[in-house]
Design a protein around this ligand. Structure first.
Ligand code: SF4
Length: 676
């Protein structure tokens, strides 16, 4: 390659711009969103990108046999035969927020438009499905309303259920830097764990896991009781204020301090921040999203912004995206209900438009969303789904109740399309080797809507193929050559950008040459006209349901690992200090139970058992924490324990609240819940 190449970091959703210079990674100082800032994770990417790669298609009839290398022609023949012998409703496709937007667009088009099934979901179901639902309910469309530029003049930054210093380090460090120059800037963290993020906060609210909605309802109660509502904003730009307030009045601080197990003063101080700060940005992540009450948690936080008029110049609710291109996947409608350009299969106009755009027969697109990935595990057990095609993700570690998941993966005809040998490959019948970031071209969208062109830096190894090419080849084999004529990723980009024309995420005037570029203005709702039927944003009565339990454990990430360690776990530098999974416990809780720092304990839930080494830490009493990303080679994936409960609106699993029991030295010691 004769010039420096640029792409977006393949890890978290901050979307940092990267320059590849002679096989080394540097921050892209010209990048619109992140201006050269990087954390250490991508620095080691060139060293790990070829470790344990899949290089040839592999096949075995049954998972009790050894894999045999086959060529692509044979692999395509096997898939073609399967696709033709099964009905569309017996197929299921599970995608990833690590794919590029062009990949997602082609795959989604093939499945929803030509296989004529909505049996497709993405790992955003475990991550961002909740804020997608909440944004649609509150603002009428998905899409974070503000951008990183809003950090410049904000004076209060709230992080709810987010250990951003570890999970979105460039965002958090940018705020810390501002705070060094201006001590009036305040950081608030709401989390049952005193995380590294919380340690740097001006106010840490160590609430009981799962009680966020009660907390935010109580803040709304105080805003109302103290006449701190922005009534002009509410009257002109919101609907359903009265209903939201009427419900919030059930949550006086005296009651909520007990529910959340926090001092009442925190609720009052939080209300004052929403009432009196200059500009307040509320950021949140999986602590609010991965919950059986996740949409209510999201909406209760958004309610505070709407009640105080905190949009645009006065602040913003801002969900931090988990994966590098979950935003691009959402724009292309890769969840089971979506269609490209923030459209929905349930909307007749949306279906008609896309059928016309794809030049397919009317009524080709099914009117109901397909099942979510968690429901599909049951459908496999019931023999309703017979082929599962997993693209660039690792459900054998990330889905809840893994014992049940593994049995399903053993039962279904499983295709794994990935760059790496991951845990899910152990259950596969057919493995398709894919190329990855740096080996192909395409676009990705970061958390603040900035789209980056990811350039090719190196030739892909072995017989790997680009993800969209694999699906284009299959579509052409099935007779849809004219509908999938692409010769390059830019051909796909030229098509997909037109599907966004006139939509909130309009990129129709963009070209590869003018990226990075953000879609939407700095403020998505600059004119305070929302995508709802009335044009107003909507507030909601946000129901809180109390869950009983003596003890709560949180699941989450470690500092240096991303995804399920398929890349970061192969870097000795990143693995240092994180070689082994652990169970974080409050010292007093552990000692009360006769457990010492470094002891191994057995943790059990109704779904199974795991053994973990105890580490004493600064976590709320009655809570424990275990990272989820350690795979089968560590023997103890945390998700063996987690509950199958999901949010009723978003379908996102509750990976933050499972009741467990702890045993040490053959003695039953205590009953716990796992939460986040
Ligand atoms: Fe990559 Fe996220 Fe680190 Fe930026 S903050 S360099 S996107 S992992």
């Amino acid at each position: 390659m004769d010039k420096d190449r640029k792409f977006q970091c393949p890890y978290c959703g901050v979307g940092c711009g990267i320059v590849w210079v002679d096989g080394k990674i540097k921050g892209d100082k010209e990048h619109l969103a992140t201006k050269g800032e990087l954390c250490q994770k991508p620095v080691y990417y060139p060293k790990v990108m070829n470790k344990r790669r899949l290089l040839k298609p592999l096949f075995r009839k049954s998972i009790h046999e050894q894999f045999k290398e086959i060529d692509w022609e044979d692999a395509y023949n096997i898939i073609e035969q399967k696709l033709k012998s099964l009905t569309s409703e017996e197929l299921y496709f599970y995608l990833s927020g690590q794919l590029m937007t062009e990949d997602v667009y082609v795959i989604n088009k093939f499945i929803k438009g030509f296989l004529k099934t909505n049996n497709i979901d993405a790992n955003s179901r475990l991550c961002m499905a909740t804020p997608v639902s909440a944004y649609k309910l509150a603002f009428g469309s998905d899409g974070p309303p503000c951008t990183y530029e809003d950090f410049e003049d904000a004076d209060v930054f709230l992080f709810a259920g987010s250990n951003a210093l570890w999970t979105h380090p460039v965002v958090f460090k940018r705020i810390l830097k501002k705070k060094l120059d201006n001590n009036n800037i305040k950081i608030i963290v709401i989390d049952p764990v005193k995380t590294e993020t919380a340690k740097r906060a001006d106010m840490h609210i160590p609430l009981r896991a799962g009680t966020d909605t009660a907390l935010f309802n109580s803040v709304l109660y105080l805003l109302y009781k103290n006449s701190w509502i922005d009534y002009e904003f509410v009257k002109n730009y919101t609907d359903r204020f009265e209903e939201a307030i009427e419900y919030a009045l059930n949550y006086p601080p005296s009651l909520v301090s007990n529910i959340c197990q926090i001092e009442e003063k925190y609720i009052h101080e939080l209300a004052e921040y929403y009432a009196f700060s200059k500009k307040l940005i509320s950021m949140w992540c999986q602590g609010l999203n991965q919950s059986s009450q996740g949409v209510m948690k999201n909406l209760s936080l958004i309610n505070l912004h709407l009640a105080t008029g905190r949009l645009n110049d006065k602040g913003c609710p801002f969900s931090l995206t988990g994966q590098p291109n979950a935003m691009g996947g959402r724009e292309m409608g890769y969840l089971s209900n979506g269609l490209p350009g923030y459209r929905d299969v349930r909307n007749e106009d949306d279906r008609k438009f896309i059928e016309g755009f794809w030049n397919i027969a009317p009524k080709s697109i099914k009117t109901e969303p397909g099942p979510t990935i968690t429901k599909v595990i049951d459908l496999i057990h019931d023999e309703n789904i017979k082929l599962l095609w997993v693209v660039c993700t690792n459900p054998a570690v990330t889905l809840p109740n893994l014992n049940k998941v593994w049995k399903a993966l053993e039962k279904v005809f499983l295709i794994v399309q990935d760059a790496y040998w991951n845990d899910t490959c152990k259950f596969a019948n057919l493995i398709l080797p894919a190329s990855q970031m740096g080996e192909k071209e395409g676009i990705m969208t970061g958390s603040d809507r900035t789209i980056t062109l990811c350039e090719k830096c190196v030739e892909p190894p072995g017989d790997t193929k680009i993800d969209w090419v694999i699906f284009k080849d299959m579509a052409q084999r099935l007779g849809y050559r004219d509908w999938f004529p692409y010769n390059s990723s830019e051909d796909i980009f030229d098509e997909l950008k037109m599907v966004t024309k006139g939509r909130l995420c309009d990129i129709s005037s963009s070209s590869y040459k003018d990226l990075p570029k953000r879609w939407g203005d700095k403020w998505l709702y600059k004119d305070l006209k929302f995508k709802t039927p009335s044009g107003k944003a909507r507030m909601y009565p946000t129901k809180y349901e109390h869950k009983e339990g003596d003890f709560i454990l949180l699941t989450g990430r470690t500092k240096n690992q991303w995804h399920t360690m398929t890349r970061t776990g192969k870097s000795p530098e990143l693995l240092k200090g994180e070689e082994e999974p652990y169970l974080l416990m409050h010292r007093e809780d552990a000692l009360d139970l006769g457990i010492l720092d470094g002891d191994y304990v057995k943790v059990s839930s109704i779904n199974g058992d795991i053994t973990l080494k105890v580490r004493f830490g600064d976590i709320k009493r009655g809570h424990i924490f275990a990272p989820f990303g350690y795979g089968l080679e560590y023997e103890n994936p945390t998700n063996i324990l987690t509950t199958e409960e999901v949010d009723p609106i978003s379908g996102e699993p509750d990976l933050k609240f499972t009741q467990v029991t702890i045993y040490a030295k053959d003695r039953r010691l205590a009953t716990y819940e796992i939460g986040g």
